[in-house]
Write a protein that binds this ligand. Structure first.
Ligand code: GLN
Length: 453
């Protein structure tokens, strides 16, 4: 813990942590020491972790990367972080993120962007760590924690993991409780870990998961010890390669990496099979209707009364307007406007209902592949390696949204997906592959990802 606190103090220029909690960390570490001395070590005893600042932490400021929550100190602990503390982990601090987890580069944070510890060969130009869990990925990659919590609504665990050479898993929707995690799009949001290795992710996910009556969408299923699936291999498994993921303009090095990944799995005993997921190309536009629709509803609660920021106005409506105008950033306002529009009378059927129908078709595509004997699906994690800070943030927002083309399908279908580092591009930057599994079969993902890492 002390070594990590020292490393964090030296790496503040990365802006990975929004808040360091050294006193709490050292107190937790002391308790871990005494548990170990007493021979009562719990599964994560003394393991120092960073917590994405979307998880409410009891008595510790929780901002969701937004000015509107500045100063908000919850008096409760999120289910996921509470599970980690129950198992002996130590909290180092709260990690930076895109505002309300809306973004793919950590550039929408109200508290400044995160800088990736990676650089292109021969260049000092700073790169994004991905998003929205950019602080989590950068902190793990820069050795500022042993693992981190993250959340994934459309790729926010897997894309930053791929950009930073780390491992990240979004489990099946319902595997982790969403209780106490600031909501973005409730039917898509899932928590998961980012860590250095597949094994570390398996260990962390085992602790983070589990039934919770406070979240009615949380599955009432026993959690396997995921670590036991690491090293199991892929002999006898069928891995699907979906042809629709060969998108136009995909760089040759991404295609090469994907072919190599399939070859490694084949050499380890898997059968590789080309499959079709015909509705893939509709996933991104449908996601950018469903996610903003849910966000516009979830964000209605930030009214200047219940949480954080309040900007006075001439009457209550004025206070409400002023608070939201000052408290929310550009991207969040864009999502609220899109979401309100697609839910409004006259447009609801044309946009929201259609997007929900597409969602069902996407889910059925996966169900058909799994019914046909496919055990897991291999795709690239992202269409490119990490890009430069400012490179896409100032362009058309759709440029940024295109980053999620390989990851959003998985959230729309509620499936588990893991991103695992698989190689480097010509500039020396890490590239990741994604494995998508059957519902509640994270074990196959851990087994297969370990063959690739
Ligand atoms: N980049 C996507 C978005 O901005 C996904 C974000 C996420 O998974 N939280 O909506």
């Amino acid at each position: 813990t002390q070594a990590h606190l020292d490393a964090m103090a030296k790496a503040r220029s990365l802006n990975a942590y929004l808040l360091e909690t050294p006193e709490r960390a050292l107190a937790m570490a002391d308790k871990a020491d005494s548990k170990i001395a007493a021979g009562e070590a719990r599964p994560l005893e003394g393991i120092p972790l960073g917590i994405k600042d979307l998880f409410c932490t009891d008595g510790v400021e929780t901002t969701a990367g937004s000015k509107i929550l500045k100063g908000f100190e919850p008096h409760y602990e999120s289910a996921v972080s509470a599970n980690l503390w129950r198992d002996g982990a130590v909290m180092l601090g709260k990690l930076n993120l895109d505002e309300f987890a809306m973004g793919s580069s950590n550039e929408t944070s109200a508290f400044g962007n995160v800088i990736s510890p990676w650089r292109r060969k021969g260049s000092e130009a700073p790169l994004v760590p991905g998003g929205s869990s950019g602080g989590s990925a950068a902190a793990v990659a820069a050795r500022l924690c042993l693992g981190a919590t993250a959340t994934d609504t459309g790729g926010s665990i897997r894309q930053p993991a791929a950009f930073t050479g780390t491992v990240g898993i979004k489990p099946t929707y319902g595997r982790c409780s969403r209780w106490g995690t600031v909501a973005f799009a409730s039917s898509l949001d899932q928590a998961g870990p980012i860590a250095r290795t597949v094994r570390d992710c398996a260990i962390l996910l085992t602790s983070m998961s589990g039934p919770d009556p406070r979240d009615t969408t949380c599955a009432d299923l026993a959690v396997p010890d995921f670590e036991t699936s690491v090293g199991r291999g892929v002999k006898g498994l069928t891995i699907g390669i979906p042809k629709e993921y060969r998108v136009d303009g995909m760089p040759a090095e991404i295609q090469k990496l994907w072919d190599e990944g399939a070859a490694w799995l084949k050499a380890a005993g898997a059968t590789i099979k080309e499959i079709s997921l015909p509705h893939t190309s509709y996933a991104l536009p449908a996601y950018y209707i469903v996610a903003p629709a849910e966000a516009s509803s979830n964000l209605a609660r930030y009214d200047g009364v219940r949480y954080g920021l309040r900007v006075p106005g001439k009457d209550i409506a004025g206070m409400y307007e002023n608070t939201r105008a000052a408290g929310f950033g550009r991207e969040v306002k864009r999502r609220i406007m899109i979401g309100t529009y697609v839910l409004s009378a006259g447009y609801y059927d044309a946009y929201y209902v259609r997007a929900q129908k597409i969602r069902t078709l996407i889910k059925r595509d996966f169900e058909a592949a799994y019914a046909d004997g496919v055990d897991a699906i291999l795709t690239p994690a992202t269409p490119s390696a990490a890009f430069g800070i400012g490179e896409k943030a100032n362009a058309d927002p759709v440029e940024m949204y295109l980053n999620d083309v390989f990851t959003v399908t998985v959230n729309m279908a509620g499936l588990p997906g893991i991103a695992v580092p698989a190689g480097f591009d010509s500039q020396g930057l890490p590239l990741g592959l994604q494995l998508i599994g059957r519902p509640f079969d994270e074990e196959t993902l851990f087994a297969a990802a370990q063959v690739i890492e």
